[in-house]
Design a protein around this ligand. Structure first.
Ligand code: KG4
Ligand code: ZN
Length: 346
């Protein structure tokens, strides 16, 4: 039996998980709520909260799994990408444990882990599969030939899908992170009421910055025109009441456009590469509209579609643990000189 203790601290969730032979026994997550009042994650506050949370989170993960530290075979941690101060807390903690317990260390790429969250359930995709990874910092189409052989075949050239959700929410006056709120309001709205433009980007790449500008101008027009130019500027009052009276339809229309942009590229990649097993991953894969849309596209195109359980969509150590497990099997270990990489994108 191979037992992995995994630690995730790349952004604003402190998480620990225990995985035995590829089965997740615990996935403990401490969420930091203080960032909402600042409209985004404040790195310094995030690092300090990780320092406070990490010992209790690891303790609880061990307890819930019914394991002691002696029973752990290796320690996995998120090396990058992420906020450097946050990464350092989890990284130093993992290295210290590895040194103290004399157990091997496994450095994990957070984006690879989002993809491999699809290998957690019993029912797994077959290789090669494609994964649409949509998070707050990344939007990628990844071709997976094995748990440790992944290739990015398309990605965003500007904003990530999660960023598009969060920036749209901010323009609507909703608090951070706005993605889940747009999801919530969309369920009551008409997704066809407002037509937002679709970017023309070649290949499997994405762009979301134009959508943000279109929403900005659309709101400045306060529904007076569907033309996305600043010249129809409404008063602040008109804009506010337009948003209030049409929130569900606006959210549903924005969400619909983001989903159609994402699925169009995934469909193209699946057809071009003749791959039938398709997954989604990352924080935005928690979106109910996207989950429904990929399932429907699967039925239509004869794909096998896979969606992680909600707890494994947003940042969590369960996905680091499963990746650690497969890296253990592949013999991919690190030594204590390994550094947390100061890279927001990797
Ligand atoms: O993967 P994640 O937890 O962190 C990163 O690695 O970035 O993703 C966070 C992103 C945020 O932008 C958040 O708004 C978005 O995922 N998100 C959602 C939903 N839940 C989280 N976006 C749309 N609908 C949701 N239900
Ligand atoms: Zn993430």
């Amino acid at each position: 039996m191979i037992a992995i203790l995994a630690i995730e601290s790349s952004c604003d969730e402190t998480s620990a998980s225990i995985c035995c032979d590829g089965k997740i026994l615990s996935n403990e997550i401490a969420t930091q709520s203080m960032h909402a009042q600042y409209g985004g994650v404040v790195p310094e506050l995030a690092s300090r909260a990780h320092i406070q949370n990490i010992v209790p989170v690891v303790d609880t993960a061990l307890q819930k799994a019914g394991k002691s530290l002696d029973e752990i075979d290796a320690i996995a941690f998120t090396q990058a990408p992420g906020l450097i101060g946050s990464l350092l807390v989890g990284g130093q903690f993992a290295k210290s444990l590895s040194l103290a317990l004399d157990k091997p260390l496994i450095a994990v790429n957070h984006m690879q882990a989002h993809v491999l969250a699809n290998l957690i359930p019993e029912h797994k995709p077959s290789f090669p599969f494609l994964c649409l990874t949509v998070s707050g910092g990344h939007t990628q189409i990844v071709k997976c030939e094995s748990p440790v052989k992944l290739q990015i075949i398309g990605q965003t050239i500007d904003d990530a899908a999660g960023e598009a959700f969060d920036k749209a929410a901010k323009l609507l006056g909703l608090p951070y992170p706005g993605g889940p709120l747009i999801d919530k309001y969309s369920t009551e709205g008409n997704p066809l009421r407002f037509q937002f433009p679709e970017p023309k980007i070649p290949g499997y790449n994405f762009s979301f910055s134009g959508l943000k500008t279109a929403i900005l101008y659309f709101l400045m027009n306060a529904g007076k025109s569907q033309i996305y130019k600043a010249e129809f500027a409404a008063t602040e009052e008109e804009k506010k009441s337009f948003i209030e009276n049409n929130l569900a339809d606006i959210c549903a229309s924005i969400q619909q456009r983001i989903i159609t942009i994402l699925l169009k590229k995934l469909t193209k990649a699946a057809k071009d590469l003749n791959i039938k097993d398709l997954c989604i991953a990352g924080g935005v894969s928690a979106n109910k509209g996207l989950r429904k849309a990929i399932t429907a596209a699967g039925v239509q195109n004869n794909w096998n579609t896979f969606i992680p359980d909600f707890q494994y969509c947003t940042d969590n150590a369960g996905m680091i643990a499963i990746t650690g497990y497969y890296k253990y099997l592949a013999g991919e270990f690190s030594d204590l000189t390994i550094q947390s990489a100061a890279r927001a994108r990797w």
